[in-house]
Write a protein that binds this ligand. Structure first.
Ligand code: SF4
Ligand code: MG
Length: 328
């Protein structure tokens, strides 16, 4: 399948009054058409900032891109004109967010917001735009679309708003959708429905999907590949089956051990000790070493670069091979 997005060695700092926060420290991933990449990490690990950099919506300043490339079908977006970036945004790469209320404009009807994109960006007539907007609401399974299209965002439930935002993101028929914690604010049942919907839409349209989440549980069912982020780095990248079979990084292993399992009754869940580091003061060597059960002396001195360990996997641990073998 076609290679759509390539993020390469991306470095981003935030220059704050407290000093320089090293928010991204060499992030790289790629997404092909028809593929779902889950980007997994705790809050502050850099998953949203990476997405915002890809979309060209990073707040600059305080954000500064100090190195790296974002290639869209081979074209570097970081050096592209603002006009070209606006073209790509929405019509080729679209993004949805955790909070649909902030993405939707409260003073306009849901229908108007979808139709406006179709009229302004695609030059559709009012009538055609209305027809297409109703189709889009149908696609995301909003019942009685012809009536609900005249509602304002606040008249929708949380789940329906999320569907409306998905409909809006599909209006220009993007090839890649970036979903930043799209279900985090919803209750569990609605979460599952929205994830199913995203999965179906992705498969039907053979879109690329980047699913940003802090929830390893969500990832297993929908992702083809997973990139695990920690302190502005990707510490492990693997096919989902391989990763669940045996993690190749102690951080991934720790995340898995803190996941409740249905097949183990009366288990004690292990939590990861300590907190993620401050990005103003990332520990030397492996950034995970103060929390790592496997750490050795070398870990606080040498930064482990991501390296291939077979099956298209990478791990940024000095002992990746041992870790994966011990868990297999
Ligand atoms: Fe742990 Fe060392 Fe591997 Fe880092 S490099 S994850 S500290 S074992
Ligand atoms: Mg975030």
């Amino acid at each position: 399948n076609e290679l759509l997005l390539e993020v390469e060695d991306l470095h981003v700092e935030f220059r704050t009054s407290d000093g320089v926060a090293n928010v991204l420290n060499g992030v790289g991933y790629s997404v092909h058409a028809g593929e779902t990449l889950a980007v997994l990490g705790e809050s502050g690990s850099g998953k949203s900032v990476t997405a915002q950099t890809v979309m060209g919506i990073l707040d600059m300043p305080p954000g500064v891109i100090t190195a790296g490339a974002v290639r869209w079908r081979g074209e570097d977006l970081l050096t592209a004109s603002e006009e070209r970036r606006r073209e790509v945004r929405g019509s080729e790469i679209a993004m949805i967010f955790q909070d649909a209320l902030s993405a939707l404009n409260p003073v306009f009807t849901v229908g108007f917001q979808i139709e406006e994109q179709l009229r302004v960006r695609l030059g559709m007539s009012k009538k055609d735009a209305r027809k297409r907007a109703i189709e889009l609401l149908d696609t995301v399974r909003i019942p009685a679309a012809e009536r609900r299209i005249k509602d304002y965002p606040h008249q929708f439930s949380g789940g329906m708003r999320q569907r409306a935002m998905i409909a809006m993101s599909l209006a220009l028929d993007p090839d890649l959708l970036i979903a930043d914690e799209p279900t985090t604010a919803l209750d569990v049942t609605v979460q599952a429905q929205i994830m199913d919907l995203l999965g179906e839409i992705q498969a039907e349209r053979k879109m690329g999907l980047v699913l940003i989440t802090h929830d390893l549980g969500v990832v297993a069912e929908v992702a083809d590949r997973i990139a695990v982020m920690y302190a502005g780095r990707i510490v492990e990248q693997a096919d989902v089956v391989e990763l669940f079979r045996a993690p190749a990084h102690p951080y991934t292993a720790a995340l898995m051990d803190s996941l409740p399992r249905l097949d183990l009754k009366g288990q004690t869940l292990e939590t990861i000790k300590g907190l993620p580091p401050s990005l103003l003061d990332i520990p030397p060597g492996c950034p995970f070493h103060p929390r790592c059960k496997r750490a050795e002396a070398r870990c606080s001195e040498e930064v482990p670069p991501p390296h291939g360990i077979g099956f298209g996997r990478t791990s940024a641990c000095h002992f990746a091979e041992e870790v994966v073998n011990s868990r297999a």
